[in-house]
Design a protein around this ligand. Sequence first.
Ligand SMILES: Cc1cc2nc3c(=O)[nH]c(=O)nc-3n(C[C@H](O)[C@H](O)[C@H](O)COP(=O)(O)OP(=O)(O)OC[C@H]3O[C@@H](n4cnc5c(N)ncnc54)[C@H](O)[C@@H]3O)c2cc1C
Length: 457
Amino acid sequence: MPPTFDTNRPSPCRRTQVRRHTAEVATWRNWAGNQHANPRSIELPRDAEEVSLLVKRAAGDNRRVKAVGSGHSFTAAAVTDGTLLRLDRMSGLVSAALASGLVTVQAGTPLHQLNPMLAELGLAMSNLGDIDRQTVSGATSTGTHGTGSRLGGLATQIRGLELVVGDGSIVSCSPEERPDLFECARVGLGALGVITAITLQCEPAFLLEADERPMPLERVMAELDELAETNEHFEFYWFPHTDIALTKRNNRLAPGEEARPLKRWREWLDDELLSNTVFNATCAVGKLRPSLVPRLNNTAAKALGARRFSAPSYEVFTSPRRVRFVEMEYAVPRAAIHDAVRAVQHVIERDNLQISFPIEVRVTAPDDIPLSTASGRDSAYVAIHRYRGEMFEGYFRAVEEEMKALDGRPHWGKMHWRTDEDLRPVYPRFDEFLAVRDQVDPERVFGNDYLDRVLGR
Ligand SMILES: Cc1cc2nc3c(=O)[nH]c(=O)nc-3n(C[C@H](O)[C@H](O)[C@H](O)COP(=O)(O)OP(=O)(O)OC[C@H]3O[C@@H](n4cnc5c(N)ncnc54)[C@H](O)[C@@H]3O)c2cc1C
């Protein structure tokens, strides 16, 4: 679901004339409904020139500017009281070099359009997260990732960026052109400018086989290294108050092998009815009667069946998520994964919490992006959730304390309470990012309260 705009939809800006909208124009809300903004104006530029004009105008009026994607961040990363830019009209293919797999798209392209578009070209992203609702620039800006011990997050596939920086100029960057800016802007938190186009390294389209089955948690933990190393994409979901985990292994089919997709009724049963409708009802019951949560989770875990199917990669990586929740996710060094899972278990038991949402555990390879959560280290990710409307802060903060002790790094798009002071020690290249920010946005045109907190002013 896209973020919502409560009142009048703003008119698009014109090339020669930028329409102004007053403060009461609209309230912007994120997908989870836990963040909102009342920007002075909302603009829908059509190209980089219009973005440039809007940035110059805002800077001239002493206003701040924020580009927003699909509003799927739980943090206030996209919140602004200044000019909010929606890139809905900057979506689609710019160019594709089929031989090299280099594809340039406009920054507002949502992943659910990008994936089929690449498939038509015979190409695919190497890895994806759980859903496809984000825009390509929104997803990469916060370090969105999937799972795979030999693969990085989505931003590791970026080979070039076009962005509008703080003085309104349109700049390009790549490993050869302004490499300092390129390194940082791949996971730029919206702090380095408004991305207008992204060049991605894609690969030939491939089929993935999904193998999903429940396993005892203890066995998963004992075999975790092997499971992560012998599968291209391995993850698991532990059901709190049970000793069961749902494991997911996704591996490529060999060229020439036929896809064996799920029957439509089975797909509907699993992905819509059980994962969304029934799960939503279970969470709603658990919210009203928390004491029932352990029993509900045990019933759900026992009902888990195994399934195996294959399909185009992006259909296997992503699935619909209609149950609304808030989430926190921490990246820890791979070697600390056992401690991280135990720490979540410990907090739930110690604080006598009733948690209906499964705990998701994933892995990624190290990368060379200064503010990527996997920067310079093999990483494991532990994600915790609470159903919408449930109290989450006590649980999340308690887990955050445990993750801090493990040198954890919070996902930039998911709830956390860290500040620049305590993030600097876990990001060896933190000051490199700040130096680039000083170059491209000395006046903090792209600042907001969230960036003030995590990067400093
Ligand atoms: C249901 C759900 C499932 C999710 N699954 C995963 C997952 O599997 N893996 C994972 O890692 N994360 C996941 N996330 C988190 C999500 O991928 C990130 O929060 C992502 O940043 C959201 O993208 P968006 O397009 O909605 O961007 P927004 O949330 O709208 O914006 C995110 C940031 O990007 C900036 N931004 C957006 N567009 C631009 C631009 N053109 N130029 C510069 N900055 C820009 C914004 O200013 C903001 O700082 C999930 C979130 C939800 C709600």
